[in-house]
Design a protein around this ligand. Structure first.
Ligand code: NAP
Ligand code: HSE
Length: 431
């Protein structure tokens, strides 16, 4: 007599955008999920802050826990699905409790894993449990699985990407509308795109968390968010957007991770990329991740980086993986074997875009050119735009140099007495 397979029982903590999206998929696709995994997927219990909130979905079939830690410890769940967010506090407490009480964990929480990924992965492996986090990076794009599984036979040489939809929305709308950063920040706010702390988005922190997670899988290193060189988009002006476009570039908040002879380079900074490249053509809130490996060469993944459906889709891919019996290490290899890679002290040399306002007087440009020459920075292109009565905007594209050398040059510009305002320097990434 054949017995029916045991259901896989989920406890979901967090019933916001993503959590409710997961509940909807499980209810809508019960038969399809069972066909694909060979067993029923059921929700046993849920938790959120407010039990009485109308979430547009009937939750009365599920047990309720006010405390996510109590949910994580319940005997009647197999997987703890953490969808509350926050690097510490309830999310981390409940994740630790779930592992300690023998549960696998699925989470969308990039902040928690970027800051605590190594100890959590070690704890899970010691307890024989798994932590999966497909939804934490680039929403609906299956980039974690692409790196961990699809490209597992490659030595990964570089990971790049636009991983924050809000920043890409603001930057592409600046170019499309000709409006400045502040106006588009307000527009993104009205549309509900910004995180509760907007600096996580526009300061590059959210995207930096995602890059740190991908770098760990790609290079077999312990996740190290502190090693990510971060710069946000707040200082990008409409002038920069226009000048970049004149030269055939677009400005993106671009993440790049690569292993160099100087250590692990991880940066999430505004960059000029060719306008006709896949990254240059990325519009609105969409994400794009470019993965390069020694055998595959390059693959480009593009899709929705956020939102109820796409993010819940990614959460479900992890739940299904566990239901099928696949058990992968958190970062693609046992946490005990991940190297503590020292961060590269300086980024790989690159050409830079420099925008300066110079006093409109004889010798001003010569002084700037002399400073660059003294620092060993060679000028590739230079252009002076329409100028006001007293100052002239000048655009310089340098040949390859390091950011350290450029910073020394910019400090020396200050002493020339010909600058009107602070210069702007943006790396050019030829991809
Ligand atoms: P959200 O809409 O703000 O929902 C958060 C949920 O967590 C709410 O249901 C909230 O309860 C609950 N919660 C918060 N603190 C709690 C606590 N102390 N105890 C119990 N429940 C608590 O957030 P979200 O957008 O769904 O994001 C969830 C996670 O997914 C985060 O880690 C986020 O970074 C990640 N993520 C989100 C997206 C996206 O597009 N939204 C994309 C990728 C990754 P109440 O509803 O009662 O307030
Ligand atoms: N704030 C994030 C973004 C949400 O704009 O991409 C998805 O992680």
């Amino acid at each position: 007599m054949s017995s029916s397979p045991a259901p896989l029982r989920l406890g979901i903590a967090g019933l916001g955008t993503v959590g409710i999206g997961v509940v909807k998929i499980i209810r809508k696709h019960a038969a399809l999920l069972q066909a694909r995994t060979g067993r029923p997927l059921v929700i046993t219990a849920v938790s959120a802050r407010s039990k009485d909130k109308d979430r547009g979905v009937n939750l009365s079939d599920y047990a309720w826990e006010d405390d996510p830690v109590a949910l994580a410890k319940r005997d009647d769940i197999d997987i703890f699905v953490e969808l509350m967010g926050g690097s510490d506090g309830p999310a981390k407490d409940a994740t630790e409790a779930a592992i300690a009480s023998g549960k696998d964990v699925v989470t969308a929480n990039k902040a928690m894993l970027a800051l605590h990924g190594q100890p959590l992965a070690l704890a899970a492996e010691t307890a024989g449990r798994v932590i999966r986090f497909e939804a934490a990076v680039a929403g609906g794009i299956p980039v974690v699985k692409s790196l961990t599984e699809g490209l597992a036979g490659n030595e990964i040489t570089r990971v790049m990407g636009v991983m924050n939809g809000t920043c890409n929305y603001i930057l592409t709308r600046m170019e499309a509308t000709g409006q400045g950063y502040n106006a588009l920040f307000e527009e993104a706010d009205k549309l509900g795109y910004l995180e509760a702390d907007p600096n996580l988005d526009v300061g590059g922190i959210d995207a930096g968390h995602k890059l740190a997670l991908l770098a760990s899988i790609a290079f077999g290193t312990q996740v190290n968010f502190d090693g990510v060189a971060l710069e946000g988009i707040q200082r990008i002006s409409i002038d920069d957007i226009h000048r970049a476009a004149d030269m055939g570039f677009r400005i993106k908040l671009l993440g790049v991770a690569q292993m160099t002879g100087r250590g692990l380079e991880q940066r999430m900074t505004p960059c000029l990329v060719p306008a006709d490249s896949p990254l240059g053509q990325l519009e609105g809130g969409t994400n794009m991740v470019v993965l390069e490996g020694d055998s595959v060469d390059q693959i480009v993944l593009r899709g929705p980086g956020a939102g109820e459906g796409p993010t819940a889709s990614a959460v479900m891919s992890d739940v299904i993986e566990i239901a099928r019996g696949t058990r992968l290490s958190t970062f693609g290899q046992p946490a005990t074997t991940l190297q503590a890679a020292p961060p590269a002290q300086a980024a790989t040399p690159a050409p830079y875009y420099l925008r300066l306002h110079l006093a409109d007087k004889p010798g001003a440009l010569a002084k700037i050119a002399t400073v660059l020459g003294n620092e060993g920075i060679s000028i590739d292109r230079m252009r002076q735009y329409d100028h006001s009565e007293n100052s002239a905007p000048v655009l310089i594209v340098t040949h390859k140099t390091t950011r350290t050398t450029l910073d020394a040059a910019m400090a020396a510009f200050d002493k020339t007495g010909v600058l009107d305002g602070a210069p702007v320097a943006i790396r050019i990434e030829n991809i």
